[in-house]
Design a protein around this ligand. Structure first.
Ligand SMILES: NC(=O)C1=CN([C@@H]2O[C@H](COP(=O)(O)OP(=O)(O)OC[C@H]3O[C@@H](n4cnc5c(N)ncnc54)[C@H](OP(=O)(O)O)[C@@H]3O)[C@@H](O)[C@H]2O)C=CC1
Ligand SMILES: N[C@@H](CC=O)C(=O)O
Length: 450
């Protein structure tokens, strides 16, 4: 495919250095799962007018001689010196190392020296994206990060361009492939630790996998989506996260009895000047499309005032799908495609959601426990919807479940603080929000109005 020369009107340009060939020169920072997949895609697709000239990685010789480097042209310069990249006549830097430091400083220098940047780094874009975008604009270059949310699913370009005419009020879905891989395998009976190890081996997990399982990766992605879809700038540290690591096999059994499964769900909803936002494992009805995402699939539902629900779905992690998003961004920058810019406002986060809740207790069974727990819930005004107790568990360590009718998370947490202090409670209760499907949404709306 040849890259056409297009008009340079008002669009940030990759800066060309006098005396270089007409090709757009590209440097890859980071030759790991995604970096090596990008090199592979570039080699397979052979886009004319794009030339991979540099690869930067610590201990570059180890990377250069690895099997993953087979697709890298001999002409590429492998380096451990970031200065060599920054001083070079490279037009576009693709950053695939991850983390805030030292990457932020290096990318600032790249942008100020006139190089456009493509990155898949969600932490960087969630925390520093607004500042880096300003630097890019000041230097008439581009900062593009389509792979930073949902890997290979074009949710960022879809929101930036395809849905910018709507007024998006709500985002919900699955934006972490590792958690979806783990939870959907646990649903089929696999053990948490085994599947986490598989996800790491397959290159889906972050360098520190607690970023995945504890929700920080999804939180960063949710903040990026909030910025571009809700036009709300959130401080990622204020968005509450709940780990999936406390979900156990028994929870999938109880979820099934409730015609649900469990998925890590990220949600953000505009409410005047605040945004309700959170990331955590939720009970999801089997009838919801979110329950149908298996393995590394991601699914984002954007609800618009005019267009209603739009669903984005596909592979959210893994080298090849992510590389597709990175290479698509690279082509967009190389062809000088402009993106729509709309004003973004800082918004405060509230963690409260009105939803039914699933509460799993592990107790040393004795008479009066159910009445004590229901009393604590009644005291805060939470109404019980069902009580489930599966047979076959020892009385001295009995897991049982209470589900509630829709109520605020803060209300449930208040009750759980007093329940956790009861002598019979053997471990901290597990509290999961339950996603409501459309027919139940009316009930939630009714409670909201009360
Ligand atoms: N994997 C995935 O499915 C997806 C990843 N992403 C994002 O893409 C980025 C890359 O992820 P991924 O490829 O999985 O990560 P990897 O850990 O596989 O690759 C990162 C590469 O960068 C190198 N590197 C890291 N820090 C430095 C540094 N300070 N100096 C020099 N080299 C460095 C690493 O070297 P070394 O081998 O020595 O550690 C490694 O080769 C991250 O931001 C990630 O969040 C986004 C979407 C999906
Ligand atoms: N670790 C991330 C990789 C992609 O962003 C995930 O599992 O989603």
């Amino acid at each position: 495919m040849a890259l056409k020369k297009v008009s340079k009107k008002k669009v940030a340009q990759p800066r060309k250095t006098a005396g270089t060939s007409s090709s757009i020169k590209v440097a890859l920072l980071g030759f790991g799962t995604v970096g090596s997949a990008v090199a592979r895609v570039l080699s397979a697709r052979k886009f004319s007018g794009i030339e991979l000239t540099h690869i930067f990685n610590r201990n570059a010789e180890r990377k250069r001689t690895s099997p993953a480097a087979r697709s890298v042209p001999d002409s590429v310069l492998w380096t451990e010196s970031i200065e060599e990249i920054l001083r070079s006549d490279v037009d576009i830097v693709i950053e695939l190392m991850g983390g805030l430091n030292p990457v932020e400083g290096w990318l600032r220098k790249a942008l100020t020296s006139g190089k456009s940047v493509v990155t898949a780094n969600k932490q960087l874009i969630a925390y520093r994206g607004a500042k880096l975008a300003r630097i890019a604009a000041q230097h008439n270059v581009q900062l593009v990060y389509g792979a930073a949310v949902a890997g290979g699913v074009p949710v960022i370009p879809g929101m930036l361009q395809g849905l910018c005419g709507d007024q998006i009020t709500r985002l919900s879905g699955i934006v972490n492939g590792t958690c979806n891989f783990i939870l959907s395998r646990m649903e089929s009976g696999a053990a948490y630790a085994t599947v986490l190890a598989d996800a790491q081996h397959a290159g889906y997990a972050e360098a520190d996998p607690s970023a995945d399982v504890d929700g920080y990766d999804a939180r960063a992605k949710l903040c990026i989506l909030s910025r571009i879809a809700l036009h709300a700038e959130l401080d990622p540290d204020t968005v509450p996260t709940q780990s999936i690591s406390t979900v156990e096999a028994i929870d999938f059994a109880y979820a099934k009895e409730l015609s649900c499964t469990i998925r890590q769900v990220s949600q953000a909803e505009l409410d005047g000047r605040t945004v309700h936002a959170r990331v955590g494992p939720m009970l999801v009805p089997l009838s919801s499309p979110i329950a149908w995402s298996h393995g590394t699939q991601n699914m984002v539902v954007a609800t618009g005032r005019f267009g209603g629900d739009t669903v984005f779905s596909g592979h959210g992690a893994g080298g090849d799908p992510t590389a597709v998003a990175v290479v698509s961004d690279l082509l967009a920058v190389a062809q000088r495609c402009a993106t729509v810019q709309l004003p973004v406002r800082k918004r405060k986060v509230t963690s409260d959601f009105l939803a039914p809740h699933y509460l799993r207790f592990v107790v040393d069974d004795k008479p009066g426990i159910v009445s004590a727990i229901s009393g604590a819930l009644a005291k805060v005004g939470a109404n019980i919807d069902s009580i489930l107790q599966r047979p076959g568990h020892p009385k001295h360590r009995l897991p049982f479940v209470v589900t509630t009718e829709p109520c605020l998370t803060s209300t449930i947490e208040q009750a759980l603080r007093s329940i956790a202090r009861m002598d019979c409670i053997l471990e901290p209760p597990l509290c999961l929000q339950m996603l409501t499907v459309d027919d139940k949404a009316d009930d939630v709306e009714a409670v909201k109005e009360e």
